[in-house]
Write a new protein. Structure first.
Length: 154
């Protein structure tokens, strides 16, 4: 990305995004199913009553972590089957609305996944330390580098 034509404020917001890439020994179809099928997602990600990879679909589910409950509220905003899914990500008791995007790219018989979680600053981490960027980095690293990899390659 060329930073020469954007303001320092924009650069700061871009640098706040969490971006992770991982290549899996699995087909695009298998990875797509793992990130969009509720039953598969429950095995490596979050367990929710329902999830549909359809624009406009909304869901909410609770995550209990470190003695606290975090009610997640998602709204699917973009779907390109086998390539990309994006959803707004909010938390009930916190300000803000972030955007999570997972993009897939075939690499022979492997699949490259790029995860981008942006607008984290809207969660006001200076006021709510559990919403700090490093917590999202740690969580996504676990999900993508460990849990999803193990699920796909077992």
């Amino acid at each position: 990305m060329n930073f020469n034509n954007i303001s320092m404020a924009q650069q700061t917001l871009i640098s706040e995004a969490v971006v992770l890439e991982q290549t899996f020994n699995a087909s695009v179809e298998k990875v797509w199913k793992a990130i969009t099928n509720r039953d598969d997602m429950a095995q490596w990600y979050f367990n929710m009553d329902e999830f549909e990879p359809e624009v406009g679909f909304k869901t909410q589910f609770n995550v209990h972590h470190d003695g606290r409950d975090y009610l997640h509220i998602w709204k699917v905003v973009e779907v390109i089957p086998l390539k990309k899914i994006s959803y707004e990500w909010r938390l009930w008791e916190y300000p803000g609305n972030s955007l999570l995007t997972m993009e897939l790219e075939a690499d022979g018989d492997k699949t490259k996944l790029k995860l981008t979680h942006e607008k984290l600053e809207t969660f006001k981490p200076a006021i709510y330390p559990d919403m700090a960027r490093e917590n999202f980095v740690a969580g996504w690293s676990h999900f993508i580098d460990t849990a999803l990899k193990e699920f796909l390659e077992k």
